[in-house]
Design a protein around this ligand. Structure first.
Ligand SMILES: [Zn+2]
Length: 276
Protein backbone atom coordinates (compact mmCIF):
# COMPACT_ATOMS: atom_id res chain seq x y z
CA UNK A 1 0.00 0.00 0.00
CA UNK A 2 2.71 2.42 1.08
CA UNK A 3 4.73 1.49 -2.02
CA UNK A 4 1.74 2.21 -4.28
CA UNK A 5 1.28 5.56 -2.60
CA UNK A 6 4.89 6.49 -3.21
CA UNK A 7 4.59 5.39 -6.84
CA UNK A 8 1.38 7.37 -7.37
CA UNK A 9 2.93 10.43 -5.76
CA UNK A 10 6.01 10.08 -7.94
CA UNK A 11 3.91 9.83 -11.12
CA UNK A 12 1.73 12.78 -10.06
CA UNK A 13 4.86 14.78 -9.30
CA UNK A 14 6.35 13.99 -12.69
CA UNK A 15 3.13 15.03 -14.43
CA UNK A 16 3.12 18.34 -12.58
CA UNK A 17 6.69 19.08 -13.57
CA UNK A 18 6.01 18.10 -17.19
CA UNK A 19 2.88 20.31 -17.31
CA UNK A 20 4.78 23.26 -15.90
CA UNK A 21 7.79 22.90 -18.23
CA UNK A 22 7.82 25.49 -21.02
CA UNK A 23 7.14 24.10 -24.45
CA UNK A 24 10.21 23.90 -26.67
CA UNK A 25 9.99 24.21 -30.45
CA UNK A 26 12.74 24.14 -33.10
CA UNK A 27 12.74 25.52 -36.64
CA UNK A 28 15.59 25.15 -39.09
CA UNK A 29 16.29 28.12 -41.31
CA UNK A 30 18.06 28.36 -44.66
CA UNK A 31 21.11 30.48 -43.91
CA UNK A 32 22.97 29.88 -47.17
CA UNK A 33 24.84 27.39 -49.35
CA UNK A 34 28.54 26.83 -49.93
CA UNK A 35 29.66 25.08 -53.11
CA UNK A 36 32.87 23.20 -52.32
CA UNK A 37 34.79 22.55 -55.52
CA UNK A 38 37.57 20.65 -53.77
CA UNK A 39 36.32 18.67 -50.78
CA UNK A 40 39.88 17.69 -49.78
CA UNK A 41 40.09 21.05 -47.95
CA UNK A 42 38.12 19.26 -45.21
CA UNK A 43 40.75 16.55 -44.66
CA UNK A 44 44.32 16.70 -43.38
CA UNK A 45 44.92 13.12 -44.57
CA UNK A 46 44.27 13.65 -48.30
CA UNK A 47 40.76 12.18 -48.10
CA UNK A 48 37.91 13.33 -50.40
CA UNK A 49 40.33 14.19 -53.26
CA UNK A 50 38.58 15.22 -56.49
CA UNK A 51 35.19 15.24 -54.72
CA UNK A 52 32.77 18.16 -54.90
CA UNK A 53 29.91 18.86 -52.52
CA UNK A 54 27.41 21.61 -51.83
CA UNK A 55 27.23 22.27 -48.12
CA UNK A 56 24.11 23.80 -46.68
CA UNK A 57 24.46 26.60 -44.13
CA UNK A 58 21.66 26.00 -41.67
CA UNK A 59 20.74 28.02 -38.62
CA UNK A 60 17.95 27.56 -36.11
CA UNK A 61 15.23 29.27 -34.08
CA UNK A 62 14.28 27.82 -30.72
CA UNK A 63 11.15 28.81 -28.80
CA UNK A 64 11.34 28.12 -25.07
CA UNK A 65 8.00 29.20 -23.62
CA UNK A 66 7.79 32.90 -24.48
CA UNK A 67 11.54 33.24 -25.21
CA UNK A 68 13.13 33.00 -28.64
CA UNK A 69 16.75 32.10 -29.32
CA UNK A 70 18.77 31.83 -32.54
CA UNK A 71 21.42 29.15 -32.86
CA UNK A 72 23.96 30.49 -35.40
CA UNK A 73 23.09 33.27 -37.82
CA UNK A 74 24.38 32.00 -41.17
CA UNK A 75 26.17 33.76 -44.00
CA UNK A 76 26.23 37.58 -44.20
CA UNK A 77 23.30 39.24 -46.01
CA UNK A 78 25.85 40.85 -48.38
CA UNK A 79 25.95 37.44 -50.14
CA UNK A 80 22.21 37.53 -50.94
CA UNK A 81 21.70 36.41 -54.55
CA UNK A 82 25.44 36.15 -55.24
CA UNK A 83 26.07 33.84 -58.23
CA UNK A 84 28.13 30.77 -57.28
CA UNK A 85 31.67 31.35 -58.47
CA UNK A 86 32.71 28.14 -60.27
CA UNK A 87 36.46 28.69 -59.87
CA UNK A 88 36.52 29.22 -56.10
CA UNK A 89 37.39 26.33 -53.76
CA UNK A 90 34.63 27.52 -51.42
CA UNK A 91 31.81 29.54 -53.04
CA UNK A 92 29.16 30.86 -50.63
CA UNK A 93 25.76 32.35 -51.48
CA UNK A 94 22.54 33.24 -49.65
CA UNK A 95 18.97 32.77 -50.94
CA UNK A 96 16.98 34.24 -48.00
CA UNK A 97 17.84 36.30 -44.96
CA UNK A 98 17.03 35.29 -41.38
CA UNK A 99 14.66 38.26 -40.72
CA UNK A 100 12.78 37.40 -43.93
CA UNK A 101 12.21 33.83 -42.71
CA UNK A 102 11.27 34.95 -39.19
CA UNK A 103 8.57 37.15 -40.73
CA UNK A 104 7.04 34.08 -42.34
CA UNK A 105 6.60 32.45 -38.91
CA UNK A 106 5.42 35.72 -37.32
CA UNK A 107 8.47 36.27 -35.10
CA UNK A 108 9.53 39.91 -34.84
CA UNK A 109 13.32 40.46 -34.85
CA UNK A 110 13.10 42.20 -31.45
CA UNK A 111 11.54 39.02 -29.97
CA UNK A 112 14.91 37.27 -30.41
CA UNK A 113 16.31 37.67 -26.91
CA UNK A 114 19.25 35.25 -27.17
CA UNK A 115 21.76 34.26 -29.84
CA UNK A 116 23.94 31.19 -29.33
CA UNK A 117 26.97 30.99 -31.60
CA UNK A 118 28.67 27.66 -32.35
CA UNK A 119 31.95 29.39 -33.31
CA UNK A 120 33.42 32.57 -34.76
CA UNK A 121 33.58 31.70 -38.49
CA UNK A 122 31.84 34.18 -40.82
CA UNK A 123 29.30 31.59 -42.04
CA UNK A 124 27.91 31.26 -38.48
CA UNK A 125 27.81 34.88 -37.28
CA UNK A 126 26.89 36.53 -40.61
CA UNK A 127 23.50 38.02 -39.70
CA UNK A 128 23.88 38.38 -35.91
CA UNK A 129 24.04 42.19 -36.14
CA UNK A 130 20.44 42.21 -37.45
CA UNK A 131 19.55 41.45 -33.79
CA UNK A 132 21.71 44.04 -32.02
CA UNK A 133 19.76 44.00 -28.72
CA UNK A 134 19.97 40.24 -28.23
CA UNK A 135 22.27 38.65 -25.65
CA UNK A 136 25.09 36.87 -27.50
CA UNK A 137 26.46 33.62 -26.06
CA UNK A 138 29.85 32.56 -27.45
CA UNK A 139 32.76 30.42 -26.27
CA UNK A 140 35.19 32.42 -24.10
CA UNK A 141 38.26 31.33 -26.06
CA UNK A 142 36.50 32.10 -29.36
CA UNK A 143 35.80 35.63 -28.14
CA UNK A 144 39.42 36.06 -27.08
CA UNK A 145 40.58 34.87 -30.52
CA UNK A 146 38.22 37.36 -32.21
CA UNK A 147 39.84 40.21 -30.30
CA UNK A 148 43.36 39.18 -31.36
CA UNK A 149 45.23 40.83 -34.21
CA UNK A 150 45.23 39.60 -36.88
CA UNK A 151 41.77 38.01 -36.65
CA UNK A 152 41.82 34.21 -36.90
CA UNK A 153 41.26 32.32 -40.19
CA UNK A 154 37.63 32.45 -41.33
CA UNK A 155 36.62 35.23 -38.92
CA UNK A 156 35.33 38.74 -39.65
CA UNK A 157 35.02 40.50 -36.27
CA UNK A 158 33.11 43.41 -37.86
CA UNK A 159 30.08 41.08 -38.13
CA UNK A 160 29.86 41.12 -34.31
CA UNK A 161 30.40 44.87 -33.78
CA UNK A 162 27.37 45.40 -31.44
CA UNK A 163 28.94 42.97 -28.90
CA UNK A 164 32.65 43.57 -29.49
CA UNK A 165 32.10 47.31 -29.04
CA UNK A 166 30.47 46.70 -25.65
CA UNK A 167 27.10 48.03 -26.82
CA UNK A 168 25.11 44.81 -26.41
CA UNK A 169 24.89 42.07 -23.74
CA UNK A 170 27.44 39.29 -24.06
CA UNK A 171 27.88 35.97 -22.22
CA UNK A 172 31.20 34.21 -22.60
CA UNK A 173 30.73 30.48 -22.24
CA UNK A 174 33.23 28.15 -20.57
CA UNK A 175 32.43 24.44 -20.73
CA UNK A 176 28.73 23.59 -21.11
CA UNK A 177 25.95 26.14 -20.58
CA UNK A 178 22.38 25.25 -19.60
CA UNK A 179 20.73 28.20 -21.36
CA UNK A 180 17.33 28.26 -19.59
CA UNK A 181 18.36 26.41 -16.41
CA UNK A 182 16.03 23.46 -17.00
CA UNK A 183 18.24 21.24 -19.18
CA UNK A 184 16.09 21.75 -22.27
CA UNK A 185 18.67 23.76 -24.27
CA UNK A 186 22.36 23.21 -23.49
CA UNK A 187 25.44 24.58 -25.24
CA UNK A 188 27.99 21.75 -25.28
CA UNK A 189 31.70 22.39 -25.18
CA UNK A 190 33.12 20.89 -28.39
CA UNK A 191 36.48 22.55 -29.10
CA UNK A 192 38.86 21.76 -31.95
CA UNK A 193 37.36 23.40 -35.04
CA UNK A 194 37.97 26.64 -33.14
CA UNK A 195 39.21 26.98 -29.53
CA UNK A 196 35.76 27.77 -28.10
CA UNK A 197 33.46 25.76 -30.41
CA UNK A 198 30.10 24.54 -29.10
CA UNK A 199 27.33 22.22 -30.23
CA UNK A 200 23.74 22.48 -28.98
CA UNK A 201 21.46 19.95 -27.30
CA UNK A 202 17.73 20.69 -27.64
CA UNK A 203 15.32 18.38 -25.82
CA UNK A 204 11.95 18.25 -27.59
CA UNK A 205 8.82 16.59 -26.14
CA UNK A 206 7.74 14.74 -29.30
CA UNK A 207 10.88 14.52 -31.47
CA UNK A 208 13.17 13.70 -28.54
CA UNK A 209 16.67 15.11 -28.06
CA UNK A 210 18.30 16.84 -31.04
CA UNK A 211 22.04 17.54 -31.25
CA UNK A 212 23.04 20.42 -33.53
CA UNK A 213 26.68 19.83 -34.45
CA UNK A 214 28.13 23.30 -34.95
CA UNK A 215 31.14 22.50 -37.16
CA UNK A 216 32.36 19.51 -35.14
CA UNK A 217 31.84 17.90 -38.56
CA UNK A 218 30.80 19.43 -41.90
CA UNK A 219 29.29 16.24 -43.38
CA UNK A 220 28.46 12.80 -41.94
CA UNK A 221 31.27 10.97 -43.75
CA UNK A 222 33.81 12.82 -41.59
CA UNK A 223 32.64 10.81 -38.57
CA UNK A 224 33.39 7.53 -40.38
CA UNK A 225 36.72 8.61 -41.83
CA UNK A 226 37.92 10.89 -39.01
CA UNK A 227 38.07 13.76 -41.47
CA UNK A 228 39.69 16.78 -39.82
CA UNK A 229 40.05 20.03 -41.79
CA UNK A 230 43.66 21.28 -41.74
CA UNK A 231 42.35 24.73 -40.71
CA UNK A 232 40.91 23.38 -37.43
CA UNK A 233 42.74 24.92 -34.48
CA UNK A 234 43.38 21.62 -32.63
CA UNK A 235 43.37 18.14 -34.19
CA UNK A 236 43.20 16.10 -30.96
CA UNK A 237 40.36 18.22 -29.58
CA UNK A 238 38.53 17.89 -32.91
CA UNK A 239 38.58 14.08 -32.68
CA UNK A 240 37.52 14.21 -29.00
CA UNK A 241 34.58 16.50 -29.79
CA UNK A 242 33.45 14.21 -32.64
CA UNK A 243 33.56 11.29 -30.19
CA UNK A 244 31.62 13.26 -27.56
CA UNK A 245 28.74 14.08 -29.92
CA UNK A 246 28.52 10.54 -31.29
CA UNK A 247 28.55 9.03 -27.78
CA UNK A 248 25.92 11.49 -26.56
CA UNK A 249 23.71 10.74 -29.57
CA UNK A 250 23.93 7.03 -28.71
CA UNK A 251 23.26 7.34 -24.97
CA UNK A 252 20.38 9.82 -25.33
CA UNK A 253 18.98 8.30 -28.53
CA UNK A 254 19.35 11.80 -29.95
CA UNK A 255 18.98 12.92 -33.56
CA UNK A 256 22.43 14.21 -34.56
CA UNK A 257 22.17 16.96 -37.17
CA UNK A 258 25.37 18.00 -38.94
CA UNK A 259 24.51 21.59 -39.71
CA UNK A 260 26.38 21.83 -43.04
CA UNK A 261 25.13 18.45 -44.35
CA UNK A 262 22.07 18.84 -46.60
CA UNK A 263 21.05 15.18 -46.04
CA UNK A 264 21.37 15.57 -42.28
CA UNK A 265 19.25 18.67 -41.85
CA UNK A 266 16.41 16.76 -43.57
CA UNK A 267 16.11 14.84 -40.26
CA UNK A 268 14.24 17.97 -39.11
CA UNK A 269 11.01 19.23 -40.72
CA UNK A 270 11.32 21.59 -43.69
CA UNK A 271 10.70 25.25 -42.92
CA UNK A 272 8.22 26.68 -41.93
CA UNK A 273 7.20 23.51 -40.05
CA UNK A 274 8.84 23.20 -36.64
CA UNK A 275 9.93 20.17 -34.64
CA UNK A 276 8.27 19.91 -31.22
ZN1 LIG B 1 30.72 26.51 -40.93
Amino acid sequence: MFRNFILAAAIAGTATIADAAPQVELWRLDCGRIAVNDLSVFSDTFAYAREKKTLTDSCYVIRHGADYMLWDTGLPAALLGKPLAPGEVLAPTLDRTVPDQLKEIAIKPEAIRLIGISHYHFDHVGQAADFPKARLMIGKTDLEALKASPAPFGADPSLLTPWLSGGAPLDTVEGDKDVFGDGSVVMLSAPGHTPGSHALLVRLAEKGPVLLSGDVAHFEKQFETGGIPPFNTNRAESLASMARLQAMARTLGATLVVQHDADDIAKLPAFPTSAK
